[in-house]
Design a protein around this ligand. Structure first.
Ligand code: ADP
Ligand code: G6P
Length: 737
């Protein structure tokens, strides 16, 4: 088995240059802290950015930067300051980040930033391709690299790619506002498996794919013409043992070894024995709801004045994305708010808020988690929130209460926390009171349940689960029963074709020889197709028969000057080479009077759908309506029709976004068989939808049957696209010239 290549914008290590020396610190943020243990334990390399710009690294230090990265099995991608400005501060953090967190008023749509985003994604893709070995697995992370999976797939179609999005995926109504929505979705769909933290994000993504790209969704899989992409939710865990062990060590540690922060905390406990501590830790980000949290704390002191001097909020905010204006404004707002609350409530012995604006080493985080009676985590939106989980895990005596926003992905798992709506101040302050008063037994009971979950679904388990699902998805791709027409299969097919005495080709039209279009009437054959079909038919001992569900008038109109034979309306009509149309069966159509009004009611209730009237069938098309509504109505209509058509010798065909009602004695397979009047030693049939399955099953066993697209089929082979079909037919032609 090959290695895993992890790619994220930021590496787990942050490099700074100070006085000609490299300073290496761990990166902050859920992605880096969470994935680090997976990386340390497995056979992987990690490609990403160190936080330095190309201009900041003197030529003679370039190698040492790579060397520092290599020590942690990392490869540094260098970004220029312009790329950092437009890709990182620009498109990633002024477009995607706010939009995906529902901060539409902060979202900028700048084409220059989009260009930079594409370029930098390509830069990362090139770095991956440079290190990609056979059997390697690629695991791409997060919103800065949404285009990467497809960029890698384009260069290496068979590679296994996983993608994990660490932030929310917004609802379709929000996502659709993005001018580059199609490209972003296509970029992500380059992966074999796409993971999200929660089921909601997964559904939002699938809905956007369905509505915007109009791909069919089958439960949690997206059916592309040549691949299936699986989409699933995997709530990221933490390195439980690391936090737990650190907390146990912290508890046993002799006083002399305590950190300065711990000493300050101890002193606080000593002088104000009955003052409880509330902890708040985040990157300084507007999604984290820090300003509201401070306001709520102020309101708590007002509403429950008995808690003044009895409670303290320790607020740790880590500097983040400081070049983005909203982050600068937020910093100012928080400084002011802290000042105001402290000014309003402080006494000689007591400051209500201790505020730190900096990053802290791991030991200090453990100091804070261990010392605090309550953790108050109230993001407005948060993909997951690992701080909440880390707080729970470090509580070695199982005390401590977690107050958690329902808008954090983590809230779906941490049911025993006090879950609040971050916009509901009354609920927040009452929960603070409840938390401060919660009896020890109750705290322990809740914490034990939470810890059990965190221990079981650790970050290690999360990564294993994702990887296993990725492998399974790729195996299913490889086990797909119908075989793709590869070069070797083509070789055999060409030999058979060349040596055959009598050949017959049945060619479906829509979705096989031409691509689908929104207006069915505008899918007329192009010049190239005319020429191809005519030349194929002119070959000696070769019969070419177009076989389509279209009505005979349209087919006649399109192919009037072409000597091709045609089977129309799914087998009702046959046109000979002399251009005369004959009925294959004598059919009674009186049923149409009953069925048409039923279809009309569905058209009225489902905007964008319409009825196509053929001579012997009625079709209800729903390609242009909202895809979800279309599927629901199609289901409904099938049920209504099932009752209506019983005992009338009718059947309902489910085509590609069309339901067609017709006499059941007729289908493409029966009609094709009727034309097999002589002995043929090369029978070839190709089609793309459900109606062609009759053709695949009813033709003699020796027929070569081919499905266009990767859906389930009775055909022996499949091909990926209309372009490939046309190429194959041209190759048939060249064999006899
Ligand atoms: P986000 O990914 O949005 O930053 P998370 O809560 O998921 O939020 O992850 C934050 C991670 O950063 C946690 O693993 C936490 O331990 C770490 N972290 C948060 N604050 C600090 C800090 N001041 N110093 C060091 N690490 C921090
Ligand atoms: C969140 C994102 C990560 C990001 C981290 C820190 O966790 O999901 O992709 O790395 O925040 O943000 P930064 O912009 O400093 O990388």
């Amino acid at each position: 088995m090959g290695k895993t290549i992890i790619i994220s914008n930021r590496l787990p290590l942050q490099i700074n240059i100070s006085e000609n020396d490299l300073e290496v610190t761990p990166s902050v943020g859920g992605l880096a802290t969470g994935l680090k243990s997976f990386h340390q334990e497995g056979d992987s390399i990690w490609i990403g950015w160190t936080g330095l710009s190309a201009e900041e690294i003197p030529d003679d230090m370039k190698e040492s930067v790579q060397e520092e990265a290599r020590k942690q099995a990392c490869i540094a991608v260098t970004l220029t300051s312009e790329e950092i400005e437009k890709f990182y501060y620009g498109f990633s953090n002024r477009t995607i980040w706010p939009l995906f967190h529902y901060f539409m008023e902060y979202t900028e749509f700048d084409p220059e930033h989009w260009e930079a985003y594409k370029q930098v994604n390509q830069k990362y893709a090139d770095a991956v391709l440079e290190h990609l070995g056979e059997d390697d697995t690629v695991w791409v992370h997060d919103y800065q690299l949404l285009l990467l999976p497809d960029m890698i797939r384009k260069k290496n179609p068979t590679v296994t790619i996983g993608f994990f999005n660490h932030i929310p995926f917004p609802s379709y109504e929000v996502f659709r506002t993005l001018p580059w929505r199609e490209e972003i979705l296509q970029g992500m769909l380059g992966a074999d498996l796409i993971g999200f933290h929660t089921y909601d994000y997964e559904r939002h993504f699938l809905r956007s794919v369905n509505r915007i790209l109009r791909y069919d969704i089958n439960f949690n899989a997206v059916n592309l013409s040549d691949r299936i992409v699986k989409v699933d939710s995997f709530p990221m865990g933490i390195d439980y043992n690391k936090f737990r062990d650190a907390a146990i060590k912290h508890k046993k540690q002799p006083r002399s070894e305590n950190t300065d922060i711990q000493k300050k905390l101890d002193y606080h406990k000593y002088v104000t024995r009955d003052t409880q501590l509330i902890l708040s830790i985040d990157r300084l980000d507007y999604t984290k709801g820090i300003a509201n949290r401070i306001r709520a704390f102020g309101y708590f002191l007002e509403k429950y004045p008995e808690y003044q001097e009895k409670v303290r909020l320790i607020m740790l905010a880590v500097p983040s994305r400081t070049n983005v204006p909203q982050y600068q404004l937020l910093k100012k707002e928080i400084d002011e708010l802290v000042g105001r609350i402290n000014g309003q409530f402080a006494t000689v012995n007591w400051t209500p808020i201790w505020y730190f604006y900096r990053s802290m080493p791991f030991e200090n985080l453990i100091d804070l988690y261990s010392a605090s009676d309550v953790a108050l985590i109230t993001p407005i939106r948060d993909g997951m929130n690992l701080v909440a989980k880390e707080y729970v895990a470090t509580r070695t005596d199982n005390t401590g209460v977690l107050i958690l926003s329902e808008m954090a992905g983590a809230a779906h798992e941490l049911n025993e926390a006090l879950i609040i709506n971050p916009n509901n101040f009354e609920q927040i302050v009452d929960s603070i009171k409840l938390a401060l008063q919660m009896p020890k037994e109750e705290q322990v009971k809740r914490n034990k349940v939470l810890q059990r979950r965190l221990k079981r679904y650790s970050v290690e388990k999360w990564a294993q689960d994702f990887m296993q699902n990725l492998r399974e998805t790729v195996n299913t791709r490889n086990e797909f029963k119908t075989i793709e027409i590869t070069r070797n299969i083509k070789k055999d097919l060409f030999e058979k074709y060349s040596s055959a005495q009598r050949r017959v080709l049945f060619l479906d039209y829509d979705g096989t020889l031409v691509n689908f279009v929104d207006q069915p009437e505008s899918a007329s054959p192009d010049e190239d197709l005319f020429r191809l079909i005519r030349k194929l038919g002119e070959q000696e001992n070769t019969r070419v028969i177009l076989i389509s569900g279209r009505d005979k008038e349209t087919l006649q109109n399109w192919w009037k000057n072409s000597p091709v034979e045609i089977i129309g309306e799914h087998g009702v009509w046959v046109r000979t080479a002399e251009q005369e149309w004959e009925l294959t069966e004598n059919l009674d159509c009186s049923w149409m009077e009953t069925i048409r009004p039923v279809l009309e009611t569905f058209v009225d209730r489902t905007p964008g759908t319409f009825i196509e009237e053929k001579n012997y069938s009625l079709a209800w098309h729903y390609r242009k309506t909202n895809p979800e509504l279309g599927d629901v109505r199609a289901n409904e209509l099938s049920i209504v029709l099932r009752d209506l058509i019983s005992n009338h010798g009718l059947s309902v065909l489910q085509g590609n976004k069309v339901l067609e009602i017709k006499n059941s004695g007729v289908n493409k397979g029966k009609a094709a068989n009727k034309l097999l009047d002589e002995k043929y030693d090369f029978i070839f049939a190709i089609g793309d939808d459900w109606t062609d399955e009759y053709l695949f099953t009813e033709l003699p066993e020796q027929a070569t049957t081919v499905k266009v697209g990767m859906n389930k089929t009775k055909a022996k082979y499949y091909m990926n696209s209309v372009a490939e079909v046309r190429e194959l037919l041209s190759q048939f032609l060249s064999l006899t010239h």
